[in-house]
Design a protein around this ligand. Structure first.
Ligand SMILES: [Zn+2]
Length: 384
């Protein structure tokens, strides 16, 4: 039996984690590029719009007209994407909660992990973001609602209240679990190395999404895909990225340097707690995990075409092993980090013709989870 894979092309659509960067360069332009690719191949993608950023722009727009122009463009980009048939869903980065705008720069003092906020602050952030998106899109579709969630920097577990809060707001599924991810950084502490399920949708223990509940729960977890790339292809890809980063550093203008996101900024955002040089940070972030375990998040912005092929082969293997006839798989992407669209274009073109792969939006995925099209795993009750 060849299982049918329902692939969700998901993108976290946002500025850099520290608030830096130009929304036109990191968000609006690459989003249009990506839509061109999706539309050319009949694929409908999903964008997890980071709304905390937009709320901050709106708070400061009165004293700063250029911010208002950017916030209006943000709204227009989201509406236009939705109008073309793509999905928009919820993503929140709590570091924007106390954002201040001084000297043409954002200063984000808030904690990066929603897990470190009290319940009422978390509720305020998620409810405020959800309301903003729903108000923006309901004029285009009165039935629009936020049905899925991805937490900023993957922070979903453990938490005594977060999953219950999402369920209370009508969120059908969360996609913040990525098996094998572990961060001990200055900003984020996460350990998903021992997730009980990292492929098939499951009912989570309501206080710890890393564990599978033994019963039906009010919310579902659909993991974001990860895989293990072959050593040779992973290493080759990373070496070419480092060389590419060095070249662009040499050739770009100072103005570009301010808005460019190279592997350097990516490494910096996720810098481990020890103080290391840029070179060794890139090495730690970029190479060590792959040499040891070759663990890769299925983040298209970080992969080249050969690695995307390996990713799909791994998805097919795991789908067959699961023995389910139909399975949803969530891919990741970061528009702000895409350096070369040709790899994604080639992959999307190919996948759109594969008979065993169908593309779904997150809204469709939520609907089919409720209709029982996909398996939702529960753990065998303890003691049996
Ligand atoms: Zn994000």
């Amino acid at each position: 039996m060849t299982p049918t894979i329902y692939l969700a092309f998901v993108d976290d659509w946002e500025l850099s984690g520290d608030g830096s960067g130009d929304p036109r360069e990191l968000q609006f332009r690459p989003m249009r590029e990506l839509l061109k690719i999706y539309n050319a191949h009949g694929v409908r993608g999903s964008f997890n719009a980071e709304v905390m950023q937009q709320l901050a722009f709106r708070r400061f727009q009165h004293q700063n007209p250029p911010l208002k122009a950017l916030a209006d463009e943000w709204d227009a980009a989201v509406q236009e994407t939705f109008r073309q048939g793509h999905d928009i869903q919820l993503h929140t980065h709590p570091q924007w909660s106390d954002a201040e705008y001084r000297n043409d720069e954002w200063h984000l003092a808030g904690d990066w992990s929603i897990l470190n906020y009290p319940l009422n602050r978390a509720r305020q952030m998620i409810a405020g973001s959800k309301e903003y998106l729903e108000n923006l899109l309901r004029p285009l579709d009165p039935n629009y609602r936020c049905v899925s969630f991805r937490s900023g920097s993957w922070c979903i577990a453990p938490s005594t209240y977060l999953l219950s809060l999402l369920a209370e707001m009508g969120i059908v599924f969360d996609m913040s679990i990525v098996g094998g991810v572990r961060y001990q950084t200055r900003r984020i502490n996460l350990d998903y190395t021992n997730c009980e399920e990292a492929f098939v949708p499951f009912y989570p223990m309501m206080t710890d999404a890393r564990r599978v509940s033994d019963k039906v729960e009010p919310i579902i977890c659909v993991p974001t895909n990860h895989f293990y790339g072959s050593r040779r292809k992973t290493l080759r890809h990373h070496l070419s990225k480092i060389v590419g980063g060095m070249k662009s550093r040499i050739t770009r203008s100072p103005a570009q340097a301010k808005t460019d996101r190279t592997i350097e900024s990516y490494g910096h955002e996720w810098a481990q707690t020890n103080h290391a040089s840029i070179a060794s940070r890139v090495y730690e972030k970029g190479l060590v995990p792959y040499i040891k375990g070759k663990h890769l998040i299925s983040d298209l912005a970080q992969l080249n075409y050969p690695l995307m092929r390996e990713m799909l082969a791994s998805i097919r293997r795991r789908a067959r092993a699961s023995e389910h006839p139909a399975l949803p798989v969530i891919l990741e992407n970061h528009t702000k980090d895409i350096q070369d669209f040709s790899h994604i274009e080639r992959f999307v073109a190919e996948v759109s013709k594969d008979p065993d792969v169908k593309c779904v939006t997150l809204t469709e995925l939520a609907k089919e989870l409720r209709n029982g099209k996909f398996p939702i795993k529960t753990a065998a009750p303890a003691g049996r």
